[in-house]
Ligand binder design. Structure first.
Ligand code: CTP
Ligand code: CA
Length: 230
């Protein structure tokens, strides 16, 4: 399904994309989850196929059909996402973490449904932090020259500008590219459109005006392709 207008700059490359939001179960019917439709990750997978790549998509709890020509691995929790991404990334030229992993999970999960008490009280949840997959990918560099890409959904606040938060996150994560979405107002969730700034560790900044998630996906692959070793 390569379009005539798409460059073949990912031909012969293997790329891994994660998408969706992970869930951490409290009991068999309840979970703590992260909001993410998976649309941007799926758009990235489709765009990479169109540019000639072999694509592995690790999808967390998405309600989307498998894109044609893509190997899809389905996961639920952050631990499962980590396992699947690290396994696929071992020989990959690029890894894009478009998924929204839950940062915390319950310290313990119940095998049976937690029942409500009659006195109106609620259980206290003890949470533990999940591993940071992007940081691990950036630190390990599972393949020489592998390009590692993260996303940051920031709202900013009175003290912090979204761009400053994103630059700090890029440095903290150690990845090569960070795609910043301004999510103030929640407008991007489930929307076909996106607006972003692609920050590079080498100092480049690329603004992508509001447009389809497919267009943003191609602008991200432009940045990845130009950083791949020959
Ligand atoms: N990410 C990851 N593993 C996690 C959490 C996040 O790989 N456990 C990745 C996301 O897929 C994304 C990037 O890290 O590409 C940034 O996610 P974000 O939630 O913005 O960053 P956090 O470090 O979790 O910081 P915050 O406290 O702002 O949520
Ligand atoms: Ca997070």
């Amino acid at each position: 399904q390569a379009g005539v207008q798409d460059p073949a700059d990912l031909a012969g490359r293997h790329v891994v994309v994660s998408a969706g939001g992970t869930r951490e179960y409290l009991d068999p019917v309840r979970f703590l989850g992260n909001r993410s439709s998976g649309l941007q990750g799926y758009a990235l997978a489709r765009a990479a196929v169109a540019r000639g790549a072999r694509v592995t998509l690790v999808a967390a709890n998405t309600a989307l059909a498998d894109p044609a020509g893509v190997t899809v691995r389905r996961v639920e929790t952050t631990a499962q996402l980590r396992e699947a991404v690290l396994a696929a990334a071992a020989g990959a030229d690029a890894v894009v973490m478009a998924a929204a992993p839950a940062d915390f999970r319950p310290a313990s999960a119940s095998n049976t449904k937690i029942k409500k008490s009659e006195d109106g009280s609620a259980p206290a949840l003890e949470l533990v932090q999940n591993p940071d997959i992007l940081r691990e990918l950036a630190a390990e560099r599972l393949r020489a020259g592998q390009v590692v890409v993260g996303f940051a959904a920031e709202t900013g606040d009175a003290q912090h500008d979204v761009l400053d938060l994103a630059r700090a996150k890029l440095a903290r994560k150690g990845c090569d590219l960070l795609v910043l979405n301004d999510v103030s107002g929640g407008a991007v969730f489930g929307s076909p459109d996106n607006e972003a700034v692609i920050l590079a560790a080498d100092g480049d900044t690329t603004s992508v005006p509001r447009g389809s998630k497919s267009v943003l996906a191609h602008r991200i692959w432009d940045q990845v392709a130009s950083r791949l070793p020959r």
